[in-house]
Design a protein around this ligand. Structure first.
Ligand code: NAP
Length: 213
């Protein structure tokens, strides 16, 4: 991983890892990361835009460099938020287990917390080496209030009982915002103002993103 990013995060006790495609990043993601940082007393949160998500081979996603830039401009004002290119620079499908192995080596004295949407965790048992993922890192599922996560989690707990101590659930009202809705709004020429940072909105406009399906 990038030396400047690594150096800015050494010395802490708990590191949050915000995994997502971020196509595009929005206020739901930012509030979720900040909520996790505060609730779980994380020293830093590292955003890792997914490179080539293995489960999205049949959907066109926005160029990784553009998604990275949108994350970078969104987190600039928060000293505890960092972003890494580690997944977007990897060739082939990017598996979470590979990312966590690298991070565990780099930050061997820190507890890792992998933060992602509870909806994404639904499929976690189909990911590569799910048991190893939960051993390497605690898991934080974030969802909007009222989201029924029992089904999602009970399958994981049933298969791997030790994970009960290692999976957290956080409700984040701002997660009513979703990237899918933002893409569809842009496509239908509806306003996306106030759903994401203004800089990102202008970036989407300038780069003509999400104008075709
Ligand atoms: P996704 O399937 O696009 O997302 C599912 C749901 O979760 C969506 O509602 C999404 O909302 C939400 N979500 C995703 N990331 C979020 C985040 N960080 N905070 C809040 N909500 C989030 O999921 P994805 O973005 O592609 O993947 C999520 C993470 O899981 C990534 O780090 C990815 O690499 C990892 N993953 C790994 C494997 C594997 O190792 N085999 C397979 C799948 C996913 P938005 O659309 O609004 O973000």
């Amino acid at each position: 991983m990038e030396a400047n990013v690594r150096d800015s995060m050494t010395g802490g006790l708990r590191l949050g890892i915000m995994g997502g495609t971020f196509d595009p990043i929005h206020y739901g993601h930012l509030v979720a990361a900040e909520t996790a940082r505060i609730e779980l007393e994380l020293d830093n949160v590292l955003f890792i835009p997914a490179g080539n998500p293995p489960h999205k081979i049949d959907r066109i996603i926005t160029d990784a460099n553009l998604r990275f830039e949108m994350v970078e401009m969104s987190i600039r004002s928060n000293n505890n938020f960092k972003v890494s290119r580690m997944e977007i620079e990897r060739t082939g499908p990017t598996y979470t287990i590979d990312t966590l192995r690298i991070l565990k080596k780099t930050f061997s004295d820190q507890e890792l917390y992998f933060i992602t949407g509870t909806d994404a965790l639904k499929e976690m048992l189909t990911w590569r080496e799910p048991e190893e993922i939960i051993k390497l890192s605690k898991i934080v599922g974030v969802s909007r209030p009222g989201y029924d996560s029992r089904n999602v989690l009970s399958k994981i707990f049933k298969k791997y009982p030790f994970t009960k101590e290692r999976i957290y659930q956080l409700e984040v009202p701002a997660l009513a915002i979703s990237s899918t809705d933002i893409r569809s709004r842009v496509f239908n020429q509806k306003s996306i103002r106030y759903l994401l940072p203004e800089e990102v909105r202008l970036f989407i406009k300038t780069n003509h993103l999400y104008q075709s399906k």
